[in-house]
Write a protein that binds this ligand. Structure first.
Ligand SMILES: Cc1cc2nc3c(=O)[nH]c(=O)nc-3n(C[C@H](O)[C@H](O)[C@H](O)COP(=O)(O)OP(=O)(O)OC[C@H]3O[C@@H](n4cnc5c(N)ncnc54)[C@H](O)[C@@H]3O)c2cc1C
Length: 424
């Protein structure tokens, strides 16, 4: 029987981030991850191209991980939002917001590699993989778990169980926590392309979000002159798009996107992800809480899912460190209550915003179309509205836990002097 403070089920982007965020706090952490080490087909550290908000970059800075991610991350200097075939467009710029970048783009694989290396190097983090939860019992004092690790059985006890096991969370389902879910009937097809020569009229570091009749299309600037493509299409079209030759894929993408980046060449392998909305109605139970996709799975329009999950991490890290410092129960009301109260409104707001965008822009009805074009134009013309939207999407609105300010989660020891941070 191994006793620990915290067991995290799921060592994907969000579960691993929580473990790394707490690595220097003195807490003992066990991560149970279903996949084997260094599997090439990791379900979380894959080819997804992730737009990180500025707030998320600061969280990684607070975790001491930004220097490992930054070489693989390209800054977003502008965001250009348009409605294909219509006049409305909006434009957000880092310079207007007084920040060095609105955010950064990195592959999930690059971030996963940095997180895995840090977990492996931390004496306070034990990673059990490939690990599967076999038994779970929650008593008044402790969580009791039976985990099968590479065929052998391990018994664990902990003060708190964190479910970070993704949208299909086995922990959430096992405990019967209710959700609200909707299938969009669309898939996101993800790839990278390399523009052959970007026209001089297009400023470097511009991310494009283009709304089309069949769903949004994003092109995100990456390192090495590549652009990440997130192409949303009705599910019945997915197989056809995946089966296109490289030349036909580039040509189809070009027709959909236009010429703002010049000729789009050298597409990578394509991968498809089914899109759905899922929000947990219940974020906590005694000695248990949900974070990341286990709590909220979103449409990728506006690139918010992982950013929201990192804000779960930042808030939870503050609460756990406070509970540890004041000798409170890590799995008790001092952590669970504030976590629920502080995170649920952010989940509901971002889920509402992304769901509204995803549905509004596939609506072909004339008045809706006219309204959304006016909305985009209005957004471009009203600096205050644009500024508020930019701050929300940069993750700089609302409560700012320590990590979101680029500061490390404090340890139980007296706090060290605040570190200076890079991504301001
Ligand atoms: C096409 C696409 C584009 C996206 N773009 C963006 C973007 O630009 N910006 C952004 O912020 N977000 C984006 N997202 C969302 C982002 O990918 C997710 O929010 C993020 O991956 C969630 O991480 P997670 O760790 O919570 O869940 P997951 O990534 O699903 O990881 C779950 C982990 O748990 C493990 N696991 C599952 N079941 C078990 C079990 N029973 N026991 C043990 N381990 C288990 C899995 O192996 C996995 O490692 C995008 C998503 C998609 C689909």
């Amino acid at each position: 029987m191994h006793d620990t403070d915290l067991v995290i089920i799921g060592g994907g982007l969000v579960g691993a981030s929580l473990a790394v965020a707490l690595a220097e706090t003195g807490l003992r952490i066990t991560v149970v991850e279903a996949t084997a080490a260094d599997t090439p087909a990791h379900p979380s550290y894959d080819e997804r191209v992730i737009a990180l908000s500025l707030g998320s970059a600061r969280i990684f800075e607070g975790m001491g991980l930004w220097s490992a991610i930054a070489p693989a991350a390209a800054p977003i200097q502008q965001v250009h939002v348009s409605d294909r075939g219509h006049c409305g467009f909006a434009h957000l710029a880092a310079a207007d917001e007084g920040v060095p970048a609105l955010g950064y783009v990195a592959s999930a694989r690059a971030m996963g590699a940095a997180l895995s290396a840090r977990m492996a190097a931390s004496p306070r983090i034990e990673v059990l993989r490939p690990g599967r939860l076999q038994g779970l019992q929650i008593t008044k004092q402790r969580v009791h778990l039976e985990v099968a690790v590479a065929g052998a059985s391990r018994l664990l006890t902990a003060a708190l169980l964190v479910a970070a096991d993704g949208g299909e969370s086995a922990v959430r389902k096992r405990l019967g926590l209710k959700t609200r879910a909707r299938d969009y009937g669309h898939d996101a097809i993800v790839a990278t392309v390399t523009p052959q020569r970007i026209p001089t009229a297009t400023r470097p570091g511009t991310a494009f979000e283009r709304f089309t009749d069949s769903g949004p299309l994003a092109l995100l600037p990456m390192t090495e002159g590549r652009y990440g493509v997130v192409w949303t299409a009705p599910r019945h079209e997915t197989a056809d798009i995946l089966n296109l030759s490289d030349e036909a894929f580039s040509a189809a993408l070009q027709r959909r996107f236009g010429n703002r980046l010049g000729e789009l060449t050298r597409p990578s392998r394509r991968h498809a992800y089914p899109l759905r909305l899922m929000l947990a109605r219940q974020l906590t139970r005694a000695r248990l809480l949900l974070i990341g996709n286990a709590a909220h799975t979103l449409h990728p329009v506006a690139g918010q899912g992982f950013n929201l999950g990192l804000r779960d991490v930042a808030e939870l890290a503050d609460l756990l460190v406070d509970a540890q410092r004041t000798a409170k129960d890590l799995g008790g009301p001092a952590v669970l209550g504030p976590y629920r109260r502080r995170r649920a409104p952010d989940h509901a707001l971002i889920a509402g915003l992304t769901d509204g965008l995803a549905r509004l822009f596939v609506n072909p009805w004339g008045p809706v179309r006219a309204g959304r074009n006016l909305g985009l134009l209005g957004l471009d013309l009203v600096p205050m509205a644009r500024h508020q939207l930019a701050r929300r999407f940069m993750g700089l609105s609302g409560r700012q836990p320590r990590l979101t300010r680029g500061l490390p989660a404090e340890s139980a020891l007296p706090p060290a002097p605040a570190a200076t941070t890079q991504p301001r």
